[in-house]
Design a protein around this ligand. Structure first.
Ligand SMILES: NC(=O)C1=CN([C@@H]2O[C@H](COP(=O)(O)OP(=O)(O)OC[C@H]3O[C@@H](n4cnc5c(N)ncnc54)[C@H](OP(=O)(O)O)[C@@H]3O)[C@@H](O)[C@H]2O)C=CC1
Ligand SMILES: O=C(O)C1=N[C@H](C(=O)O)C[C@H](O)C1
Length: 244
């Protein structure tokens, strides 16, 4: 039995993760921690899953790592600086998985986008989410843009053509590693992303839709079961999916 603690247990993802862990024969939910609860309850766990808030994840992650726990981080907003700090704190054999998106289709969408990116002049990312989401762009969009940018740099592809010289309201969106990223927030949505690629005479659109938060749970359980077998810091679910 793997003992699991959930941080952000009262939230949309945390409550879904608690139910998924509760329903798994090989996992035991030993701690549900949310705002105002003592984090010490997590010390009974082998693995902690964090679904809290971009403003809380750094402190939680450092605390869990310093407590010697394996950690699966689903919360968005984990930047390079925090990743470097965590690497320096890890004990031998300790595993941390930072997963921008647990959806299997989302993992594939990111990989397909990176694969396609070098063949097109233009590429832009459009992420679409429910209006209660705290951060923009999403962690998935940020990761996708980073992967696309790395693939284009490796292939020696320059920036997409763009004649815009006047954009006082920021209509062209944000740029992440040089890739334009646009964020939509809309009632009725859950989590969606399109990667648009174009060259003279053709376009390719790669789209993924999470229609319910249950779509993330197979990935969450895979990460919980696999984190102890992946010592060190790993970003993305790819390493656990045997994709190559
Ligand atoms: N990796 C993935 O596949 C996915 C990642 N996410 C990410 O997960 C995160 C949570 O999303 P979601 O569940 O929708 O958000 P919610 O706001 O529904 O849930 C977050 C929960 O965490 C609580 N919380 C905030 N700070 C702390 C803290 N310091 N300690 C313990 N609990 C805390 C919140 O309490 P309160 O409301 O009182 O502040 C709330 O109950 C986001 O960053 C989101 O982007 C979401 C979906 C999939
Ligand atoms: O807040 C959400 O809902 C989601 N957050 C993650 C992100 O920021 O990418 C994953 C997914 O998009 C849902």
């Amino acid at each position: 039995m793997i003992k699991v603690g959930v941080l952000g247990a009262a939230g949309r993802m945390g409550s879904e993760a608690c139910a998924a862990v509760d329903g798994a024969d090989d996992l035991e939910l030993v701690a549900r921690v949310d705002v105002g609860d003592a984090r010490e309850a997590l010390e009974a766990a082998d693995v902690v899953v964090d679904f809290t808030h971009p403003s809380a994840v750094a402190d939680n992650l450092r605390w869990c790592v310093d407590a010697g726990l394996h950690v699966v981080v689903g919360t968005s907003g984990v930047g390079e600086e925090l990743l470097d700090d965590v690497r320096g704190r890890l004990k031998p054999g300790q595993g941390v998985l930072v997963v921008p998106n647990f959806g299997i289709g989302a993992v594939l969408m990111m990989r397909f986008a990176a694969q396609a990116a070098r063949f097109y002049d233009s590429v832009e990312v459009v992420e679409l989410h429910h209006p209660r989401k705290a951060d923009a762009p999403s962690g998935t969009a940020t990761r996708t843009a980073q992967m696309i940018a790395a693939a284009r740099a490796e292939a020696g592809v320059g920036p997409g053509p763009d004649a815009t010289t006047h954009d006082p309201d920021g209509a062209r969106g944000a740029t992440v590693d040089g890739i334009p990223v646009h964020a939509v927030r809309m009632a009725g949505l859950v989590a969606h992303q399109e990667v648009l690629l174009g060259s003279e005479g053709e376009t390719l659109t790669i789209r993924h839709d999470s229609l319910h938060r249950s779509s993330f749970m197979p990935g969450v359980l895979l990460a919980v079961r696999g984190v102890a077998d992946h010592p060190g810091l790993t970003v993305g679910l790819d390493a656990l999916l045997d994709l190559d």
